[in-house]
Design a protein around this ligand. Structure first.
Ligand code: SF4
Ligand code: SF4
Length: 391
């Protein structure tokens, strides 16, 4: 299992993580079997938003004695009332259920305290203009949480939140279907085919791209939910690309977005855990999502690097997808008039590459292989000019 660093939180997380929401309603032994399978597969990050008491208790018993092997992403503002889940911005209620989380998970700290499910402008203000954010900051100052997170499906709201500088980790819904949707798509429409029929789609939505790039520049780590678009992408009939993608292709797509550290896969059985971690041993060809996306006549992703590395091999051994990703980050930073125009973190990432863009010998093989028609040679020259000039 490959581990990645979750942005400025510096927490090391497995690139495939476990979403625990499907464990609700299962027996204690069933929950333990899933947790055991996850830990045996070296999955170390568990997202626990569910406030239902039994499942919290079962998860706590399953990780007892192994707390140091687990990174817990626990939610602030998920409560249990009248026998059902609810989201709350009431600080006292949030405190009660966060304390409940600590007790039932048998721990005195949560690695990532995730402010739960902020999707609307009004709700944004009910978090950032109130004592809710103060509560999260107090938890961090007290060492009860190590990092402050926020979960959202709305790129505009997520971007606003990230730009406050108060959020260390973003939990966001990322997959190639959602990435082509307008930013104002209602949450409920994310689970239907309707938004793909409105004719407004043209490549990756710029607000979503800006969100990922802003996270990379501010060193906010992203954990991903809904990487499989709630199963929509796994069937040709419902995939907006007209053909099914595999779980490995969906996970790979999400992991290739800037700032993403872990994709959280909801599992309800050992078999589902095994299926999720098959990503780790899948061949590059099995992970490659580029052909499905590029074959779509309906939405043009032409000319836009999808960070897929379908263009390899490169005789100069350049990691073309990574160079393009860093160049996109630098260009968006420049376009937005940020200072410095080239953030030090992006330059440092570029300098850590084994081979610079200037090693390109313009053989053209990548351009023949790229299904999206990216002018790679010109991009390598631009990258060399941006990253390799002195001073
Ligand atoms: S240049 Fe083309 S093939 Fe290469 S990573 Fe970008 S989109 Fe993929
Ligand atoms: S054109 Fe440059 S980047 Fe593309 S394969 Fe050849 S050497 Fe590599």
């Amino acid at each position: 299992m490959i581990n990645r660093i979750l942005g400025r939180s510096k927490i090391r997380v497995s690139e495939v993580g476990l979403g625990c929401e499907h464990l609700e309603g299962m027996s204690e032994s069933g929950v333990k079997a899933v947790i055991d399978a996850a830990l045996a597969s070296q999955i170390n990050i568990f997202d626990v938003f569910i406030p239902e008491p039994n499942v919290r208790t079962h998860i706590g018993r399953a990780i007892a004695g192994r707390r140091n092997q687990v990174v817990l992403q626990g939610h602030i503002g998920a409560a249990w009332q009248d026998g059902q889940y609810c989201r709350t911005r009431d600080v006292a209620l949030s405190r009660t259920f966060f304390q409940d989380l600590l007790e039932r998970l048998q721990t005195d700290y949560i690695d990532i305290g995730m402010i739960h499910f902020v999707d609307s402008e009004a709700d944004y203000h009910s978090v950032f203009d109130t004592d809710v954010i103060r509560y999260a900051l107090d938890l961090k100052e007290a060492g009860i949480i190590k990092a402050i997170g926020l979960s959202s499906h709305n790129p505009v709201i997520a971007l606003q939140a990230v730009r406050t500088g108060l959020i260390d980790v973003l939990m966001f819904s990322i997959n190639p279907a959602y990435d082509i949707l307008p930013e104002d798509t209602p949450l409920d429409d994310l689970f239907t085919a309707a938004p793909y029929q409105n004719g407004r789609l043209a490549g990756t939505n710029p607000i979503r791209a800006e969100l990922y790039e802003t996270c990379a520049m501010l060193d906010v780590g992203i954990t991903v939910m809904k990487a499989l678009a709630a199963g929509t992408l796994l069937q040709a009939a419902t995939s907006p690309f007209g053909e099914a993608l595999t779980p490995a292709q969906c996970i790979h797509y999400a992991l290739n977005r800037p700032a993403v550290a872990s994709v959280l896969v909801g599992c309800r059985s050992e078999a589902e855990v095994q299926q999720a971690v098959q990503y780790e041993t899948a061949a590059e060809a099995e992970r490659d999502y580029s052909l499905v996306l590029s074959r779509t006549a309906k939405y043009s992703l032409r000319g836009q690097c999808m960070y897929c590395n379908h263009c390899l091999p490169c005789p100069a051994k350049i990691d073309i997808a990574q160079v393009n990703k860093y160049l996109d980050l630098a260009q968006i930073s420049q376009a937005n008039g940020r200072s410095p125009a080239l953030p030090a973190t992006i330059r440092a990432h570029y300098q850590a590459l084994d081979n610079p863009a200037s090693a390109c010998i313009a053989c053209g093989s990548c351009e023949g292989n790229c299904p999206f028609g990216v002018p790679v040679i010109a991009r390598m020259r631009q990258a060399a000019a941006v990253f390799e000039r002195q001073g």
